[in-house]
Write a protein that binds this ligand. Structure first.
Ligand SMILES: NC(=O)c1ccc[n+]([C@@H]2O[C@H](COP(=O)([O-])OP(=O)(O)OC[C@H]3O[C@@H](n4cnc5c(N)ncnc54)[C@H](O)[C@@H]3O)[C@@H](O)[C@H]2O)c1
Length: 392
């Protein structure tokens, strides 16, 4: 951060780079930030997440300097991250007469941002989008990098499955505005989910991770972050965006192959996590109640399972595995799945993941130096990895 102003992280891409502006009190300046980024549309359509307070949403809309501003509200969750919602959004853009030179703004969490980004990518073959993430997860991860998508429900081999983010396009935003003040209204459970992705980034950064990308320092900062320390939060978001930007710049469309993980590094823990999310019988204890895990909670558990895999393969030291587990616990994330699901069911769900090819997995494995790719280790090894989280 420079001179007390907001921090800016540049995502430098071959075709069109963009800035991620991180700071406090930015929403009321959204219009000015767009104009400063060269975005001066005639029409703007704002997709709004109803989880965000009306005060914040109105401040954003009132700041916009376009001649015609239209808005639509959305109450979304994973089960409505669907083609039906996408169609609703496309209809809104058509009704608002948004043209190719106009602008779409997404003001909300990662679900809204992913669907709104896809709608922007498809409407008239692509209109510009500004992402204003309002959850920690969306700030540090979903809003940066241009991946958009919706889930698909399908029956495969007679088993109904939710195929996460199965349909989407790459559509990079023109600007990202992350105002940490909007996190004030975010439920603690959602905040902890965002912290899971921050821990993932610290693992990817490896032992030379700086600031909040150092696992031990991140674990130590958890009380401040969970307690609402906004200065620490700006630093957390800025450094996580730097990490993500660096990964995306190196492999914008996830085309790395072979042993270099490239953008696939960001999938660390996610093949495990998607299996947990896909099996409806999985439960974790959250705030004293058994609940189906949310994405971030599943990522935390996925990191623990992946760490077991890494240590078993001799790639991850016991010390670094311990640092991962300590950071997950310090974030208040669940570290075990309740009884009621077995490893075989979870392994079968892993093999349905869109990252699996012909049912063969290619996993990202944490190592003492960061991450590396691992070919399908087979059911016995996967069962052992799952046993690190299947328990009480
Ligand atoms: N595109 C990517 O690269 C990428 C990366 C990571 C995750 N994702 C996706 O992100 C999604 C998860 O995003 P999420 O964790 O933000 O969940 P989410 O979008 O479902 O938001 C969580 C809840 O918080 C509410 N909310 C949003 N902002 C709020 C605020 N400021 N105050 C109070 N409530 C608020 C929402 O209404 C929702 O109920 C998943 O679908 C995942 O696949 C995408």
């Amino acid at each position: 951060m420079t001179g007390g102003g907001p921090a800016r992280v540049r995502v430098a891409l071959a075709e069109a780079g963009y800035d991620v502006v991180v700071g406090r009190g930015l929403i009321a300046s959204l219009g000015a930030l767009c104009a400063a980024a060269g975005l001066r549309p005639t029409r703007v359509h704002v997709f709004e997440d109803v989880g965000v307070s009306e005060r914040v949403r109105n401040a954003a809309v009132e700041s916009l300097e376009a001649r015609h501003v239209t808005r639509s509200e959305h109450r979304l969750a994973e089960r409505t991250k669907s083609i039906v919602t996408l169609e609703d959004m496309l209809v809104s853009l058509a009704q608002a007469k948004v043209e190719r030179s106009d602008l779409v703004v997404s003001l909300g969490g990662g679900v809204l941002g992913d669907v709104a980004g896809l709608a922007a990518g498809l409407h008239r073959r692509g209109v510009r989008v500004v992402q204003c993430p309002t959850t920690l997860l969306a700030m540090v991860d979903a809003s940066v990098g241009g991946k958009t998508g919706v889930n698909l429900r399908a029956s495969i081999d007679d088993t109904p499955v939710l195929l996460k983010n199965a349909v989407g396009v790459f559509h990079q935003p023109s600007l990202v505005v992350a105002d940490v003040d909007v996190l004030e209204s975010l439920p603690p459970r959602e905040l902890r989910c965002g912290l899971a992705e921050c821990i993932k980034h610290a693992v990817i950064a490896g032992p030379t991770g700086w600031g909040m990308l150092d696992l031990a320092r991140l674990a130590g900062a958890m009380p401040a972050l969970l307690g609402g320390d906004r200065t620490a939060m700006v630093r957390l978001v800025e450094q996580n965006v730097q990490l993500k930007a660096g990964v995306v710049e190196g492999d914008e469309r996830e085309m790395a192959s072979g042993d270099a993980p490239g953008r696939r590094a960001l999938n660390l823990g996610h093949t495990f996590a998607h299996a947990i999310e896909a099996c409806e019988s999985t439960r974790v204890v959250v705030e004293g109640e058994p609940r189906h895990p949310q994405h971030g909670e599943a990522v935390g558990l996925g990191l623990i399972a992946a760490a077991a895999l890494g240590e078993h393969a001799g790639a991850l030291s016991a010390e670094r595995r311990g640092a991962m587990t300590r950071a997950i616990s310090a974030a208040g994330l669940p570290t075990t799945l309740q009884r009621g699901v077995d490893a075989a069911t979870l392994i079968s769900a892993m093999r349905q993941d869109k990252k699996a090819s012909g049912g063969r997995l290619r996993l990202v494995m944490p190592t003492s130096q960061g991450v590396s790719m691992l070919d399908d280790p087979g059911d016995a090894t996967l069962t052992r990895a799952w046993s690190a989280v299947i328990g009480g």
